[in-house]
Design a protein around this ligand. Structure first.
Ligand code: NOJ
Length: 842
């Protein structure tokens, strides 16, 4: 790569030939048929793995060495996204160039506009147009949105960047979009090569559609507030967009937006009407078709940032032009950012730092498995997705509009789990943030808005406040830093207390809200958002929360000891015993565990009812919590296998609800087989994997794990049924009672990511930090000969090799550390060693 001064820069990709762009639209297949047991008996595609794999090959390919996924065509079933971010400035970008940029919060500082729910889909985006100055013909390296398409095209998502490589009329264009660590800006790094024998004179346009920073205000008050924004040309040859409207939140923290290039400008437009024109779109902008940018600015109107640059390329010549869409707090800072961004090596340095940051982050875990799909997920895409969840909670994606959800307490507490091995300090910060939302009585805010400053959502749920203890226990196990428990953290309603005391108050809150049968009251809901419908009167109880509570109590015993309160452990033990006894008596239905007690005293999740007889969570957590007595855990998980499992994941409940408990007021409005009804809820599937591992059934656990690896599920369902990205987990797949069994929903931002990571690394691979060290207790498919993992733990690299010549699922026979036989299965920390070799025999 070279910058606009022609200097060589680091290459961002291998120079492989670009495949031709395909154009034939695919035909969606008919849905699978369903038998009486709600299993798909006929997958939507021919049941021939090779054919189905070959079909996916036409659409995308993984490049595992580069940690990239490559897209071979633009017309995917949905926009397949990536998130580019430096933690402050973010861009969500699709494989075809659609997406939006925002600063800190997509709710109040959204910079560009994205049309959720609207056609044309996946518009707008940070687009570049390449125009032959002689013929006027133009196209986009992103494939979309210009009418004229490149003759060759591909795009790739990597760790924090997205690259487009295209060619038309013997002009090759490579664009890498990324957000570097040194400025809060999206960098559009365009490299052009003239592959013809003639001189090429080009107009290069960069275009971004600015929206109002507050998307909800825009929907309501755009006609007034649009006249309170401006786009002005700045003498440093940049456009500056100012959003300053009445009643906006945090005006003093609202940045200015700039758009600039490191090449001399030939023109600009700040007025969308001038650049795009009347009854036109991003496909055929008036300015490009009618002689170039018009030099428009606005003091009120419909804003955009459009820049025009002229590029002359001799035959064979390569040149790079960079565009920048960024934020800074005032004009002085913008001027500094502009000068900085124009430094000759700024883009190269920024890109190198981005790559180094990800390489360093991902160094915490690396595995070699007999299953390439699992290996790819665990080394790259699963931790990458988990880190994005940690950053964005459930805020903005193709499915979430970024309009009302801030940080979800329950969701974020779980997201922390998969970041702990990579960045325990960031995990600690998130715990501090969460506990700052706890009230003195121990309950917490359900959602809150640290960036926006809005009032939190204060509904009280039976599970929210309990999740934090799991994250804290994991942080302690990872770092060995018991002092963290003593750190003072403020309560939301005043005062402060050591972290351990916050956790204890969460326990006390649950104890103060036990219901008539002794289980925790459901309150607004438990993990399952929908359960309020049967517990509105406040008498309903959650049997699942009893299990979650039990799981937390086990962790609290350790945390009490580590905090110097051994006497609390006895108290937690007693509570655990009481809940365990209830779970095994009132909670047991004969073949599975019941889910809840409804307001009217009847059980939910029993064979006595026609619908919603069995719920997944109550079966899995009975084992996770260690509460299931005798063979009840096995029986419950057998029921999961026999009743809930499908070849595309495990249903959340069965049969789906249509009229239960009251046709006039059913438990959920979700259609059967969808979302929170009888869908395959991927997040909850992760706990089935853990439960099966805890029961020692590695083959069953792996079946559950592998069938939801996104590209495997897509292979099974067919790409036009599955639709979502094949490299990140979705929240749910429509279940077999839906006529679109296998349709994936709400990808990227879902608790599935963190828990899949935990399930696979800590339970299948069995490499789990505990307070005393690193525990090794794999539960793998019996067919595996073994696997190896390099795991960074408390400053030392553990190079672990597991051998399974006996072809068992579990049971450690021997562990050697640097050749020395170890007693037990917990390897101590080695703070003074760089690395140790660990050999494990099953
Ligand atoms: C999605 C919500 O974000 C999450 O908090 C909840 O646990 C699941 N739905 C299940 O209801």
């Amino acid at each position: 790569m070279s910058n606009s001064n022609g200097e060589e820069q680091t290459d961002m990709n291998a120079n492989e030939p670009i495949p031709p762009a395909s154009t034939a639209p695919p035909v969606p297949p008919a849905g699978p048929s369903v038998d009486a047991q709600n299993k798909a008996v006929e997958p939507p595609y021919e049941n021939d793995l090779l054919a189905r794999t070959a079909e996916l090959d036409q659409y995308f390919a993984f490049n595992d060495d580069a940690r990239e996924v490559e897209f071979k065509r633009h017309d995917m079933p949905t926009p397949w996204l990536n998130y580019l971010s430096n933690g402050t400035f973010h861009t969500m970008l699709s494989h075809a160039g659609g997406g939006l940029a925002f600063y800190k919060s997509p709710q109040i500082w959204r910079i560009t506009r994205y049309r959720f729910f609207h056609l044309p889909t996946d518009r707008s985006g940070p687009y570049i147009y390449l125009q032959d100055a002689g013929t006027g013909s133009y196209w986009c390296p992103t494939y979309e949105p210009a009418f004229r398409k490149p003759q060759e095209w591909r795009s790739s998502h990597g760790m924090g960047y997205t690259r487009f490589e295209a060619q038309a009329d013997e002009l090759a264009a490579k664009t890498v979009y990324f957000v570097g660590p040194y400025e809060n800006s999206l960098i559009w790094n365009l490299t052009l090569t003239n592959n013809s024998s003639k001189v090429k004179e080009l107009n290069v346009y960069a275009y971004a559609e600015f929206g109002m920073m507050e998307f909800m205000r825009e929907l309501q008050w755009q006609c007034y507030n649009k006249h309170q924004v401006s786009v002005q040309y700045h003498e440093k040859k940049a456009l500056i967009y100012k959003y300053g409207v009445e009643n906006q939140p945090k005006p003093d923290e609202t940045p200015l937006v700039y758009m600039m290039s490191d090449a001399p400008l030939a023109g600009y437009d700040g007025d969308r009407e001038e650049f795009i024109g009347s009854y036109r779109s991003e496909s055929n902008p008036a300015a490009i078709e009618q002689g170039g940018c018009t030099g428009s600015a606005i003091l009120g109107g419909d804003p955009c940032g459009a820049l025009q640059v002229r590029v002359k390329l001799a035959p064979g010549e390569t040149r790079t032009v960079n565009f920048f869409l960024g934020t800074a707090m005032n004009e002085t800072e913008i001027e500094r950012a502009i000068s900085h961004s124009r430094e000759a090596d700024f883009v190269t340095r920024s890109y190198a730092a981005l790559q180094e940051n990800w390489a360093r982050y991902l160094r915490a875990w690396n595995c070699e498995l007999p299953d390439q799909d699992a290996q790819r997920m665990l080394n790259t895409w699963n931790p990458y997705q988990s880190q994005r969840n940690f950053l964005f909670s459930r805020n903005i994606s193709y499915y979430a509009t970024g309009t009302f959800r801030g940080v979800g307490y329950r969701d974020t507490a779980q997201d922390i789990l998969a970041v702990v091995p990579y960045d325990p300090e960031a995990a600690k910060d998130k715990v501090r943030l969460l506990l700052g939302q706890q009230y003195r009585d121990g309950h917490v805010n359900h959602y809150f808005f640290p960036n926006e400053g809005w009032d939190p959502v204060t509904s009280i749920h039976s599970d929210d406040h309990l999740w934090t203890a799991l994250a804290v226990w994991d942080i302690l196990a990872e770092t060995g830093d018991a002092a963290f428990l003593q750190e003072n953290i403020p309560f939301y309603d005043g005062g402060e207390a050591p972290l351990y005391e916050h956790l204890k108050r969460a326990i006390d809150f649950t104890v103060s809200r036990l219901g008539p049968n002794g289980f925790p009251l459901m309150l607004r809901s438990d993990w399952n958002d929908q359960l309020f419908r049967v517990c509105r009167e406040g008498r309903g109880e959650s049997i699942w929360t009893a299990m979650q509570f039990g799981t937390v109590l086990l962790r609290m015993k350790d945390l009490a000891a580590a905090s110097g309160y051994p006497e609390h452990a006895a108290y937690y033990d007693r509570l655990y015993g009481e809940q365990k006894s209830l779970v095994n008596t009132l909670g047991w239905d004969g073949k599975w565990f019941r889910r809840a007690v409804m307001d009217d005293g009847r059980y939910l999740g029993t064979a006595e009812h026609e619908e919603a007889q069995i719920w997944l969570n109550a079966q899995t957590w009975a084992t996770l919590s260690g509460m299931a007595e005798s063979d009840k855990g096995l029986k419950a998980m057998d029921s999961v296998r026999d009743i809930l499992d499908t070849e595309l994941g495990i249903k959340k409940l069965h049969p789906s609800i249509t009229t239960f408990p009251d046709p006039a007021d059913p438990l959920t409005n979700y259609n059967k087989g969808t979302g929170e009804n009888g869908a395959v809820f991927c997040h909850a599937n992760t706990w089935a994997i853990i439960a099966e591992c805890m029961l020692g059934r590695g083959d069953q656990a792996y079946k559950y794990y592998r069938q939801l690896i996104p590209n495997i599920a897509m292979e099974q369902a067919g790409i036009w049924r599955y639709k979502a990205e094949p490299y990140v987990y979705a929240s749910n797949l429509f279940g077999p009672e839906s006529d679109r069994f296998g349709l994936a929903n709400v990808s990227w931002l879902t608790g599935t990511a963190a828990w899949m990571y935990v399930a696979a690394t800590q339970y299948i691979m069995g490499i789990k930090p505990v307070l005393a060290g690193l525990s090794i207790n794999p539960c793998i498919p019996s067919a595996w000969e073994g696997f190896s993992v390099t795991r960074r733990f408390r400053g030392c690299e553990y190079e672990i090799t597991v051998k399974n010549n006996s072809h068992v699922c579990s049971g450690v026979q021997e562990i050697r550390v640097d050749g020395e036989r170890l007693e037990g299965t917990v390897i101590p920390a080695y703070p003074h060693k760089q690395s140790v070799k660990v050999e494990v025999i099953l």
